[in-house]
Design a protein around this ligand. Structure first.
Ligand code: SF4
Ligand code: SF4
Length: 456
């Protein structure tokens, strides 16, 4: 018995040492100095106590060692036992949303003096005051924004301009090169689309049945007659995600985040457009939905396609990259296999975390409980105050993405934490406590921008 306790004690000691080394190296590489020093302190203390009990022979040594091992085993059991996580709840019928309700439509399509502009504010007078105050602020990418710098902001304007030019027309007719739709099984079409998407640079891809409630009811910002009803009878949707670079997002709310998001919108659009045209040439209807030209809501479609869960910050949180992604969608009537929605603890973790809400510079993220919004229980974000901050800052902010614990890089130790977060409510509380203790309530950039993105 004595030998078994000593041996188990040494195994525990080695296990803790390996964990400590893993976290220390991770924090060192990520230049997270607060986490680095706190890890050394906490694990150093634990290992010193364990080591002293193992090496010094004192009365009741076995009792102390046995108790330490017992506590460790209980803690491991409590942390890794699996409980089904709560999923997002759809409680009522969901209605289609008018694209004219989306904030970008008001600033990228409505022009003062136009008939559409006057009609919109006649019908929605409550939006007039806030929109007028936002219109007085410098447009994104223009002089006057806090993070404006001519040699970098111009690059972002260029990228969004190219996206706008390339995505003006997305309604293409099916035209099979064989004169009739190419025959194939849903399994084969799905496998090929996923393969091509990854070949084109997609980091995540999922397929779902298209919920008609996620098709906009009327045209707002996107191509076509303003206010015309949208007819989109496609049965399936393919959701594509491209990850954003962790180091660039660390600079939020500096305009480096806009450089990153603009180019990832471009990548996501490229993949969706090529896939849509590929499907057209197989003889089936398909339409890409990309930055500035959507007929559908990407986030709930991506959630249905199993890419992730809606988080408190109003974005999709993926298991692999958290909210650090950009999305595009292809809708089609090509037969395809569907994925199932996933839940991996986001609803519970967001309920206790609130880090995005605490750090949001415009208080746009709800720190209270969920509300019922169009049949879904979720946290509601304020799009006007968020966009107003973008215009003041001259970037697309992304502070909420940066501070989200799910946004951590996809490394061995962070993936171990991701795995724990999936297990149960107790594990999520421990991880949340650990995140606050090691990283703190706020996170600041520890990275230098690349030479080509610096101000001087
Ligand atoms: S920061 Fe916290 S509360 Fe906000 S989305 Fe991320 S996990 Fe949820
Ligand atoms: S982008 Fe910035 S302003 Fe908007 S919700 Fe996130 S943190 Fe708040």
């Amino acid at each position: 018995m004595h030998q078994i306790i000593i041996l188990t004690g040494w195994i525990s000691f080695v296990f803790l040492t390996v964990l400590a080394i893993g976290f220390v190296i991770t924090h060192l590489l990520e230049r997270e100095w607060r986490a680095f020093f706190r890890t050394i302190f906490v694990f150093g203390l634990l290992l010193t106590i364990f080591g002293m009990v193992l090496t010094f022979n004192f009365v009741s040594r076995e009792l102390v060692l046995g108790s330490l091992i017992f506590i460790q085993l209980i803690a491991i059991f409590l942390i890794i036992r699996y409980q089904n996580p709560a999923a997002i709840r759809i409680t009522e019928h969901q209605y289609k949303i008018d694209e004219r309700a989306a904030i970008f439509h008001r600033f990228y399509r409505l022009k003062p003096g136009d008939e559409e502009f006057d009609k919109f504010y006649r019908e929605q007078p409550d939006k007039k005051e806030i929109d007028e105050s936002i219109r007085k602020l410098p447009p994104l990418g223009s002089p006057g924004g806090k993070s404006y710098f001519n040699l970098t902001s111009t690059f972002q304007t260029a990228t969004f301009g190219v996206i706008e030019q390339l995505t003006k027309k997305l309604e293409w007719e099916p035209k099979s090169v064989e004169g009739k739709p190419v025959a194939g099984s849903a399994a084969e079409f799905s496998a090929r689309l996923k393969g091509y998407a990854r070949f084109l640079g997609a980091d995540l891809i999922g397929i779902t049945k298209l919920n008609p409630a996620y098709v906009y009811s009327h045209i707002g910002r996107s191509e076509g007659e303003w206010g015309a009803p949208i007819q989109l009878e496609h049965s399936n949707a393919i959701a594509i995600a491209v990850k954003m670079d962790y180091e660039m997002i660390k600079h939020a709310p500096d305009s480096a985040v806009t450089t990153e998001s603009s180019i990832k919108y471009f990548e996501a659009a490229k993949i969706a457009m090529i896939l849509a045209r590929y499907i057209n040439l197989l003889g089936y209807e398909a339409r890409a939905h990309v930055d500035g030209n959507y007929r559908v809501l990407c986030v709930p479609i991506a959630a249905d396609a199993g890419l992730g869960e809606l988080g408190r910050l109003g974005l999709l949180i993926t298991p692999e990259f958290g909210p650090r992604i950009r999305l595009s969608v292809v809708t089609t009537n090509l037969p395809l296999l569907h994925e199932k929605p996933t839940s991996f603890g986001v609803q519970h973790f967001c309920a206790i975390c609130k880090k995005c809400a605490t750090n949001c510079p415009s208080n746009s993220i709800a720190s209270m409980d969920k509300k019922n919004v169009n049949g879904v229980e979720k946290w509601q974000t304020e799009q006007e105050s968020c966009y107003r901050f973008w215009r003041i800052q001259g970037s697309d902010c992304s502070v909420c993405i940066n501070v989200c614990p799910y946004s951590n890089p996809n490394t061995l130790m962070h993936n171990l934490i991701r795995w724990l977060v999936r297990r149960n409510n107790f594990a999520r509380r421990i991880v949340f406590w650990g995140d606050q203790f090691f990283y703190g309530k706020r996170r600041r950039s520890k990275y230098l921008l690349p030479d080509w993105h610096r101000r001087s």
